[in-house]
Write a protein that binds this ligand. Sequence first.
Ligand code: FAD
Length: 428
Amino acid sequence: MSGAPEGNVEARPATEVAMSAQSAGFAESLRAAGGAKLARSAGFAKSAQSIEVLILGGGIIGLSSAWEAAKRGFRVTVLEAEEFGGQASGAAAGMLAPFSENTESPDAFFRLCADSHARYPDWVRELEELTGRSVELRGSGSLNVAFHEADFLSLRARLEWQSRYGTGFELLGASELRRLEPELSEQALGALYCPGESHVFAPKLVGALEEACRRAGVRLVAHAGRVAGLERVAGTGVAVRTAGAGSWLADRVVVCAGAWSGFVREWLPVDVPVHPIRGQICAYDGKGGRIRHMIFSSQAYWVGKKDGSLVCGASEDVAGFERSVTEQGIGRLTRWSGRAMPYLRDVSPSRGWAGLRPATLDGWPLIGSVPEAPELILACGHYRNGILLSPATAAIVGDLLQGKNDGYGNVFGIERFSPAGTTRRGLG
Ligand SMILES: Cc1cc2nc3c(=O)[nH]c(=O)nc-3n(C[C@H](O)[C@H](O)[C@H](O)COP(=O)(O)OP(=O)(O)OC[C@H]3O[C@@H](n4cnc5c(N)ncnc54)[C@H](O)[C@@H]3O)c2cc1C
């Protein structure tokens, strides 16, 4: 993982004087110290090559946005509080499931998921060619399994609308299902088959993105610590002070701090309503080869990885910023694994881990500029789908940096949580 600042882009860290400045008015201190180059204008008249973009957070969203911004000519720095990919992105199962994750209707969130999924093959090809690393993209397809007659109701409803957006969907009966997945238990009554869904190995994807950023000239700073000051600099940009990597000045700041993104409210009058939802997950080494598809049920999912492991996830619990696994959380997954696949009945998972999903009040991500501070762009709150949504999010961040609109009528913007805001779920 990356350490001290490196890369071939001109640095804009602030001076020692600034680093010791207190949070109130520290941008003023930076300016007075004269050691940091402040942008003259935050307007879009400047060319991308002269615009400094500071990305806060080095998970999948920060890294993919950084790579995209660098490809579009911006000068990009990523400050990661700890290790790149060390939080939710490294913990994820890596499923790319726009249909299984959208069971109700083809709304804007479904369109975003489908758009991102459609981008994946080319995005991964470019990433793998550039870095020489495989991210193990596999078009396994998925099976949403019914263990109760009542489950068929929602599967039928899904089949009806989802088959307009993809091909090969099928509602399978028990015998057809077992032909596709012989290891499923007799209790599996049928399934909705969705051949288009796929998955990646999330830690490898994060590693490849880190490498792609490096090759694209992005300055990567790990162990920067938490933000200890963030201040708008009148008409020019934003000053950011970190606990571990000094102070930085930039024309634009993109907040990609996952479950921690609410930190912004400590420094600016902007409430970023993101909170952590813990996901506990486990893996059975050597057991993945017997399962051919991603399998979803109402209680758990299973996905076989190239290394032979079978990943089973995941709990959704409220535990603050606690990332430990519990006996109860992993125990529930183990019981369900044995029920769904009898060959796992007496097998304990080889390992368990947990990550903190960045959740918003309505389950949709927050992607957009902040009206009260237009130099600030939010790209956070991706909850259960940050891996799936990374190429589309990066493209939107790139567009916003270039002063374009997001192509979605700003429905993912923070305005939806303001008192005057309107959302699909009637918040505000
Ligand atoms: C168990 C589990 C399974 C999942 N499975 C899937 C899946 O199959 N498919 C899918 O699409 N999604 C999945 N997800 C969701 C997905 O992992 C997240 O939506 C995604 O990783 C969010 O990415 P991120 O970059 O926003 O957040 P993170 O990966 O959490 O990255 C945020 C980064 O910001 C850093 N940071 C925090 N504060 C600061 C600060 N002040 N300054 C600088 N850096 C800071 C953190 O250290 C962290 O590295 C899963 C999540 C979990 C927990």
